[in-house]
Design a protein around this ligand. Sequence first.
Ligand code: GLU
Length: 395
Amino acid sequence: MSNQLSNRINSLPISATLAMAAKARELKGQGKDIISLSLGEPDFNTPEFIKEAAIQAIHDNYSSYSPVDGYMDLKQAICNKFKRDNNLDYKPSQIVVSTGAKQSIANVAQVLLNPGDEVLLPAPYWVSYSAITILSEATFKEIPSTIETNFKITPEQLDAAITPKTKMIFFNSPNNPSGTIYSEDEYRALAKVLEKHPNIYILSDEIYEHVSYGEPVFSFAAIENMYDRTITVNGIAKAFAMTGWRIGYIGAPEWIAKACTKMQGQITSGANCIAQRATITALEAPISKIQYMVDEFHKRRDIVLELLGEIDGFELNIPGGAFYVFPNISAFFGKEIKGHKIENAADFSLFLLAEANVATVSGESFGAPECIRMSYAASEEQLRKAIKQIKEALS
Ligand code: GLU
C-alpha cells in the first residue's frame, strides 16, 4: 500500500537526539559495548526527597485529572520559583504546566504561529525547535554563529535577519548544544533590536538554568519591556534528574497561557498528577539540595575538555553550562579514516559509532553542520573510556 500518511508527518524530521539514543540502545541490545553520549539526560537518580513526595501523593490518592493547566498549589510554587530564581513576577493565571518542556514549547508554537510566519533560530539550536516550527506550518530561519564568537549571535545579525514575516525568536541560555550562556548585557543588546519590532514574540527556553558553572543565568523576560511578549519555558528534567517524569511549564502573558491551556485541553488533558505533586517538592527545595549534581557535571566538563583537547582536529569552546560539548570537527572533512570517507559531521558521528563504539549526535540537525554533540551526563569512567576509544579510532 502506498504511503497514506499526512504531509505533516511526512515532512517532519525524526528527532536526531532520540534517534541516536535508540540506535545506541539497539546496538547494546545486540551485545555491542556502546558508550552512549547521545542523550542529554542526567545519569543521577531522582533525589530521595522528591521520590518520597511522589509516593506520598500516591498514598494520598492523587489519581484523578488535575486542572488542565496544573494544580493551583503547583502553579503558585512555580510563581515563587520564578520570583526566587529569576526575579520574575508571574501570577498563577500566567502559568501552564505541561508534559515536559517540549510540550510547553509545542503548545506555544501551535497557539502563536500561522502558516507563512517566520521563526528565527540562533544556531546552534536544540533539534526540536525547528521540527516544532515545521509542525506549526511556519518556516524557520537560522542565524548562524561560530565557535569564534562562542556560538553567540550579535545584535547586528539579529537586526539583519528580521523581516515583516518574523513572528517569534527562540533563545536558549545555557544553550543546548553549545553550553553558551548569554550575559545580561548581551541579552539587553539583543532586546534593543527587538524593541523596534513589537510584533515579535520571544520564547526563552531556560531548562538548563541551574546547570551553570559560575556564570550568572539571566532570564530574558526580566528585561522590562520584553516581559509582555516573552514566554519563559522551564521544567524539572535537567536540574532534578527527572527527565522521565515529564513536567515542564511556562510563565507567559495571560492570553498566551490561556490559549496554551485550551490547546492542551484537547491534546493531553494536563500533565501526570503524581509527577505534578512531586514537582511542588522539587521546586520548594533550596537549590543547594541539587548542587552535588551540578558540581559533578562541572568536574566532568573539565575532564572532557582536557582529554578532547589532546586530540588533533577537535576545536572546542568552553561551555558555561548544560552538559554538552560541541566540538567543531570539520578538520576531518575530506579525509578517509579506516575505510570511512568523512564528508560531513554525520559521517564522522557514524565513524565514531562504528570504530570507537561511541554514540554522539551530528551537528546538522542543530543547525551547525561542522560540529558533533557529545553529552557528558555519563560517569567519569565512561567518559574517559569513550575518549580513549575515540583517540584510538583516529590514530
Ligand atoms: N533534550 C535532550 C537532548 O537534547 C533530550 C532528548 C530530546 O528530547 O531531544 O538530548
